[in-house]
Design a protein around this ligand. Structure first.
Ligand SMILES: Cc1cc2nc3c(=O)[nH]c(=O)nc-3n(C[C@H](O)[C@H](O)[C@H](O)COP(=O)(O)O)c2cc1C
Length: 281
């Protein structure tokens, strides 16, 4: 099994953290990646910062707005990006790379797009005019036992379930589903996409394969209410995360390709087209 598949299978949203401090070596390695320059497939450059929170009083904790949902996290990964075309997709793509690295380092994380107070984090990252702070993520070693709230949240979002292939992957047109055997050398990249985290586990991604052109078109099935928040569309972030899982797996399984906007991608009245993976093998 490629290493990326193991990491993707290991990643789970973690909302209850252990008191154990993050080891220095792990913190150094993760911080090195966080502080690097990040460029998404569409050229936007999100910035990330790891913020330590151990000195906060219980009162200050409550003001973060994560209280009740996230327990005992000592660090938060905060991200910002300049407003721009496909900025949310690039943000999702770049941040998920960091989330998967954290998973590989034995750390727990959780994407948070709804349950937090922006102001304290905006101050910490030095948010500028024209920039957005789409999400934050607690980072730390997972606790042995999940809190009651966490178990309820996982149950409510159906977090352990994913849609079957036939609901999200299509061949030629949207009435024909794509099977694992038809996906051939791309089966693993698509399976790893299917395991991606998404806001409320809505799994809004729909992928259409064009066999003749050797392309995969990426679409969003938008649900109401996920882009009203702070000018941030959580579902566009979801799509960036899915692209990240797909591209990292393709790369590791030796498949070459690139992202492009394809004017010939079929239009669909209930789906929003975003981008296309052009296979270059
Ligand atoms: C963009 C985004 C925003 C999210 N926002 C929240 C949130 O505000 N609160 C929360 O508890 N979980 C949040 N989640 C986590 C999802 O609920 C979780 O990824 C999904 O239920 C699947 O579970 P899993 O990550 O354990 O596989 C978010 C996930 C994503 C990708």
């Amino acid at each position: 099994m490629p290493a990326i598949t193991e990491i993707i299978k290991k990643r789970l949203s973690c909302r209850t953290y252990s008191e154990k401090p993050i080891e220095d070596k792990v913190l150094r390695e993760f911080s090195y990646s966080i502080n690097a320059v990040h460029t998404g497939p569409f050229g936007n450059q999100p910035k990330f910062k790891l913020i330590k929170l151990t000195s906060l009083t219980p009162q200050a904790w409550k003001q973060l707005g994560t209280y009740g949902v996230i327990k005992n996290a000592q660090f938060f990964l905060v991200g910002s990006v300049k407003k721009g075309n496909l900025a949310m997709e690039d943000y999702g793509y770049c941040k998920e790379k960091l989330i998967l690295q954290a998973t590989d380092l034995g750390l727990g994380t959780c994407w948070l797009g709804g349950t937090f107070q922006i102001s304290r984090f905006a101050q910490a990252i030095g948010l500028q005019e024209g920039e957005l702070l789409p999400t934050i993520s607690p980072v730390g070693y997972p606790a042995r036992q999940k809190s009651f709230t966490e178990r309820m949240m996982r149950w409510n979002a159906g977090s352990d379930n994913r849609k079957p292939w036939s609901d999200i992957f299509f061949a030629g047109n949207f009435s024909q589903s794509l099977t694992q055997s038809q996906a051939g050398k791309y089966a693993e990249a698509l399976e790893n996409l299917r395991l991606a985290p998404s806001a409320s586990n809505k799994q809004p991604w729909r992928i259409l394969r064009d066999v003749k052109q050797n392309t995969f078109h990426f679409y969003l099935s938008r649900a109401f209410g996920y882009n009203l928040l702070r000018n941030v569309s959580l579902q566009d972030i979801d799509l960036g995360i899915a692209m990240c899982h797909f591209a990292l797996t393709a790369q590791e399984t030796g498949l070459k390709g690139r992202w492009q906007i394809d004017a010939a991608a079929p239009a669909n009245k209930s789906l929003d087209y975003t981008a296309t993976w052009q296979d270059n093998n």
